[in-house]
Structures are given as C-alpha cells and as structure tokens.
Design a protein around this ligand. Structure first.
Ligand code: DP6
Length: 327
C-alpha cells in the first residue's frame, strides 16, 4: 500500500493555453513538450488507517483547497481502478523552486498518479496513466511518456493523452533555464486558462498552432535546429500575446525577462544559436544545442537578476523508484 514515483517537469515547445472542458482538462489544441532532467518531483503515497488525507510538499504540510484537489484526484484514481481507498499519507519533494514558473503541477500530478496507482496495487498502461494525470493538471499528461512528447487534444476523456514522439536520447539539445523569481506566481495557469477566451487573438492562435504542430514535428524528424527553435520561440510569444490581450490582461514577464529575450536575439546575431520560451512565469528557458550549452550557461550566470540556472537534457518520463523523499 505504499509506492514512490519520480516524474520530470516538462517544457512545452508548442503550448497548451485554453481549455475546451475545464472539468476534464481537455485542451483547445495539441501541444508538444520536452521532459526536463534537472526538474523533477518525487512523491510517496501510502494508504493507511487514519481519518484524513495528509500531504507534505518540500517538508511543509499542505491544507485547504490544495489538499482537497489532491484528495479528489486520489478518489478519481480509485474510482477508475474500481477499488475503495483508505486515507493517504503523502510526501513530495521538488528538485526546483515550487511555483516559480517551472510547472510543478505537471511533475507533481504525474508522480502522484503513478505512485497512487501502484500503492493501490495496480499497474496501468502509459496511455491510461497519461489520461489520469491530465485530470489533475493538463500538462501533467505530458510528464508520463519519455523524451519528446505530443499531447493529442482528442475529443473526450478517453482520447486526450500524451505519447512519446522520440526517446530522450534522440537529440542532444539543452534547456538552460534562467530563474528570476521564486515567489508563487500571481495568476495560476488554471486561472489563466479560464480567461484565455476573453482574448480576441485566441481563435487565431488555435489555427496558428495547427500549422506549427506539423512544422515542429517535421523539424524534429529532420533534427533541424534552426527550424525547431524558430517555431518554438514563435509559439511561446504567440501564447503570451493571448495572455497579454486577455481581460484582465496577464503579464507574466518581469523587466529582466524582457531584457533576456533581447539578449538572446543579440546572441543569435553574434552567432550563438539559442532560442527562448517562457511559461506562466518570469523565467526564461533558453533552448540550445549541446555544443553551445556551456556558453549559454556562462552568459546566463552573469546576466542581471538571474538567481539560479537549471540545465536540462531531454529526460525519460515518470517511473517508480525505491528512493523516497521521506515523511
Ligand atoms: C503555460 O497544465 O498548469 O505551462 O491544466 O489548469 O493544471 P491546468 O494548467 P497547466 O497549464 C500549463 C500552461 C503552460 C503551457 C504548457 O505547459 O503547455
């Protein structure tokens, strides 16, 4: 009745922003992501004889809405498996700052789902795990498969899931993340998804993404880094255009975020081929080839406002592990 799973965070290269169904986390569009080696969540779930669920995240007990959301997720998993569940003791730790804009909800719900299924004595195929993880947080479905991942938006609960396009060792690219802020973000991504449709640009984005998905898949097949980088950078900006034109507007960028975007343009002009993408926070993911990673890292280390740098290689998806974060 006890299991531990580790799941990577993932960075979307073609973003998920806006839902067709908020209760089921069905997205408006397909998305494509990369699992991150240096940003993972390890979660232990143990079903025990006690009165209430309890969870510690990075050593802190959580309560209220955050805990209720996790309890509901365990109920959903038990219902799917057709079993009664006892209350759960859970402990989770992130290898990166929680809610800093690195999607802890993705690695968190992916690890929770895999650990809970196993602690209930079951095994599920990857597709079913991905569907369940999606119900906790949309992007979590992409932290289940390995390496380079595509989430097909599907039409209903049973066909909206992610799968691996290529394994982690397919292409040695790097995601060097410049961390600017460590505070909890002001507008959660769930709240942002809810108002995405208030942006007049959203319908245009959905059409644009359909084309970008095909193009980025082709660039992956060809390992064409220039095309790959151009498309992912453009899609990130496209998503932020929707955020910026929602009502109320959401601006996740800080001044240093914008300064770094300009800097990346300058690097490209001087021959360092790097591209950026930004999620629902101020941090900047700099995507480069293996040969340029040390250079990017050194440049970011002296960039004003950078508090921490996390360098990622493509990583495998969720897996069970014997190592526990400890209660
Ligand atoms: C900007 O998966 O965090 O990171 O489904 O409401 O939990 P919920 O949202 P979430 O949204 C992620 C948004 C994003 C882009 C992406 O990862 O595709």
């Amino acid at each position: 009745m006890r299991a531990t799973a580790i799941a990577p965070a993932n960075i979307a290269l073609i973003k998920y922003w806006g839902k067709r169904d908020a209760a089921l986390n069905l997205p408006l569009n397909d998305s494509i992501s990369l699992n991150l080696s240096a940003a993972a969540t390890t979660t232990t779930v143990e079903f025990v004889d006690q009165l209430a669920d309890e969870m510690r995240i990075n050593g802190q007990d959580i309560s209220g809405a955050e805990l209720e959301k996790i309890s509901r997720h365990l109920d959903l998993i038990a219902a799917k498996l057709g079993v009664e569940r006892a209350r759960a003791r859970m402990s989770s730790s992130n290898s990166f700052p929680t809610a800093s804009g690195i999607a802890s909800s993705a690695s968190g719900f992916a690890a929770l789902t895999a650990a809970a299924v196993s602690a209930l004595g079951h095994e599920l195929p990857e597709k079913e795990l991905s569907i369940l993880a999606r119900r906790g947080s949309g992007s979590a479905c992409r932290s289940i498969p390995d390496g380079f991942v595509k989430w097909n938006r599907g039409h209903a609960d049973n066909d909206s899931f992610a799968y691996s396009l290529y394994p982690a060792n397919y292409w040695a690219i790097r995601d060097v993340v410049a961390i600017f802020g460590q505070e909890k973000k002001k507008v959660s991504s769930s709240a942002g998804h809810e108002i995405a449709a208030t942006s007049p640009l959203l319908p245009c984005r959905v059409r644009f993404v359909e084309r970008s998905i095909g193009e980025i898949e082709q660039s992956l097949a060809d390992r064409d880094f220039t095309k790959f980088g151009t498309i992912l950078e453009s899609d990130g900006l496209n998503m932020h255009a929707v955020m910026l034109t929602s009502r109320p507007a959401i601006m996740y960028w800080q001044p240093e975020t914008v300064a770094l975007m300009h800097q990346v343009y300058d690097w490209r002009r001087s021959g360092l081929e790097a591209y950026f993408t930004i999620d629902a926070g101020p941090n900047v993911h700099v995507i480069c080839q293996e040969k340029d990673a040390a250079d990017c890292r050194a440049k970011l280390a002296v960039f004003p406002g950078v508090r921490e740098i996390i360098e990622n290689v493509p990583a495998q998806g969720v897996r069970l592990t014997a190592a526990e974060p400890g209660f």
